[in-house]
Design a protein around this ligand. Structure first.
Ligand SMILES: [Zn+2]
Ligand SMILES: [Zn+2]
Length: 316
């Protein structure tokens, strides 16, 4: 649900689409495209290996079972004309909206650092905006009884605060969100054209779902928040949901589905983001590995190290 490109429904509506057909290996390679023009180091990193398993077949209730999307090849992405960072507009701004209580919130400095490593762009954390009680069309959710605010109202506000040098301005909040009266909730909403988006981290604390928090719950909150931040921000670069490999840009219909998805981009999506942001992919993985080590996310740091080990010294 958090992964729908603009809106993130809690209950996906079963549609009359044909069932999802998982791309074959040939189709995955076709989606990746001809790597001939890429640098030697990037070619190594974009060549699929055992660390990029194909997307698992969707199970009942999974995103692709309810939304059989067609995917977006690298070529389709390149030809889509999506916004790309330019010299005068290449800063990602994060604007905290409302309170971020210590015990239930991801540390904002960590989110900033992660986004900077992931997108290889400057990410600036703005001073928090203190909301008042009646702002952003609040309501009480009829199921949870919790307070929610309206995404579109926040996005209108964000647009008035969009810095001239912003690639995008992302509002982040611990308040639960809804996108229109008939919806239960959304994790986030973004507009590529308007360069603004808002994401809520209200539902990433296991306690929200009445699950036991466990000793590592703060890590769970940060990991989920980092995933949604990069997934939704990837949409702001024009990336559609990935249907090729296990990937942080895969759609998701539930917290367990999200938790089972990886933290990283698959080769198709890495190539798209590289096309948009034009970074040094080796430097990017080095910075991500450092972030993961600092957070003691050793599974992730090992994964990145294996990727870096594929690049021969001779092409660095
Ligand atoms: Zn999405
Ligand atoms: Zn992907």
């Amino acid at each position: 649900m958090r992964r729908w490109i603009f809106l993130v429904p809690v209950l996906a509506v079963a549609g009359a689409w044909a069932a999802f057909e998982r791309p074959s290996e040939n189709e995955r390679l076709r989606a990746l495209g001809n790597l001939y023009d890429e640098s030697p180091a990037l070619r190594h990193l974009l060549t699929p290996d055992a660390d990029f398993p194909p997307l698992p077949l969707p199970r009942p209730g999974d995103w692709l079972e309810e939304h059989p999307e067609n995917g977006q090849t690298f070529e389709e992405y390149r030809d889509s004309g999506a916004n790309r960072p330019e010299a005068s507009r290449r800063i990602i701004y994060l604007l905290p909206i409302g309170d971020f209580p210590d015990d239930t919130s991801p540390p904002l400095a960590d989110l900033r650092a992660y986004a900077a490593a992931f997108f290889q762009l400057e990410v600036k954390l703005l001073p928090a905006y203190a909301t008042h009680d009646l702002e952003f069309e609040p309501r009480l959710n009829r199921h949870s009884g919790r307070r929610q605010v309206l995404t579109t109202s926040i996005m209108d506000f964000l647009q008035t605060r969009l810095p001239a040098d912003a690639y995008c301005l992302l509002g982040v909040t611990m308040t639960d969100l809804y996108p229109q009266a008939s919806w239960n909730f959304v994790f986030g909403q973004a507009s590529l054209d308007r360069r603004v988006g808002v994401y809520s981290f209200a539902r990433y604390d296991p306690a929200f779902w009445k699950d036991a928090r466990g000793s590592s719950y703060r890590r769970v909150i940060l990991q989920r928040s980092c995933k949604v931040l990069v997934h939704e921000t990837a949409h702001m670069f024009g990336l559609l949901h990935c249907t090729y490999y296990d990937c942080v840009v895969n759609g998701s219909n539930s917290m367990p589905e999200t938790d089972a998805q990886p933290q990283h981009l698959c080769p198709v999506c890495l190539r798209k983001l590289h096309h948009a942001a034009g970074f040094d992919a080796v430097k990017r993985y080095g910075e991500l590995a450092r972030f993961y080590r600092e957070q003691k996310w050793f599974e992730e740091s090992d994964w990145v190290q294996r990727q870096l080990a594929r690049v021969p010294q001779s092409v660095l």
